[in-house]
Design a protein around this ligand. Structure first.
Ligand code: ZN
Length: 224
């Protein structure tokens, strides 16, 4: 189990709305609510055994994630999954921003940044790999946290914010529900983290670029 890696989670988040958000997010991620489908707020509230208010609050958060969209008069729909072109475009953005960020992290990461990055890397590399959905969901969340920590260590909040706003991992995850867990990605991650720890700007930049290109090649065939 985790040992305090999620300290960003605040008590203020433990509201009915946040709980409803987590549950509806899971329904969308597992396609129990399919892509591009109408959302019936009353039925959903009934299913979750809550009032319509936390469901509406949850839908606002999900709209922020790009997973639902408000439709004219008719309430909410889940968004369609990414096309291959949209996925390729998002990788294009990541390739522009993340390799230089990894390089900057090699120069600017504090000891606390490095400790956090290492802790995240090690937490996952000790986990057993299986190919079920839960395991893949855990990998996807780990990957999102690790990349966010590296970009944050580069010290440019505007870049961090721009990448967060893409919600890349949520959208990539929806492309297929039976993904192999990322054993190859773990090896690639270790190379990036070692380069940052060694304060090697060129190697950190190259390792991140190669990881993203390999990830793009693994993911693109899953989109249409
Ligand atoms: Zn990764």
């Amino acid at each position: 189990m985790g040992n305090g890696g999620n300290d960003a989670q605040t008590i203020g988040d433990r509201t009915l709305g946040f709980d409803a958000y987590r549950r509806i997010l899971a329904l969308i991620m597992t396609n129990e609510i399919p892509p591009d489908a109408r959302i019936n707020i009353d039925r959903l509230a009934q299913e979750l055994d809550v009032s319509a208010t936390p469901v509406r609050e949850a839908l606002t958060r999900l709209e922020d994630d790009g997973l639902v969209a408000k439709t004219h008069l008719k309430g909410y729909r889940t968004t369609a999954i990414l096309t291959a072109q949209q996925l390729d475009d998002l990788y294009g953005l990541r390739v522009l921003l993340e390799p230089p960020s990894a390089g900057a992290a090699a120069l600017h990461a504090t000891d606390a940044d490095l400790a956090g990055i290492r802790r995240e890397l090690e937490t996952y590399s000790k986990s057993p790999f299986t190919n079920d959905l839960l395991s893949y969901a855990r990998f996807s969340e780990h990957d999102a946290r690790l990349h966010a920590l590296i970009v944050r260590a580069a010290g440019n909040p505007a870049v961090s914010h721009a990448l967060d706003r893409t919600h890349f991992h949520l959208h990539a995850f929806r492309l297929s529900s039976d993904q192999p867990a990322g054993e190859t990605a773990i090896v690639e991650h270790a190379r990036i983290v070692e380069a940052i720890a060694a304060r090697d700007l060129d190697e950190a930049t190259a390792a991140m670029r190669e990881h993203l290109e390999a990830s793009r090649a693994r993911f693109l065939p899953r989109a249409v």
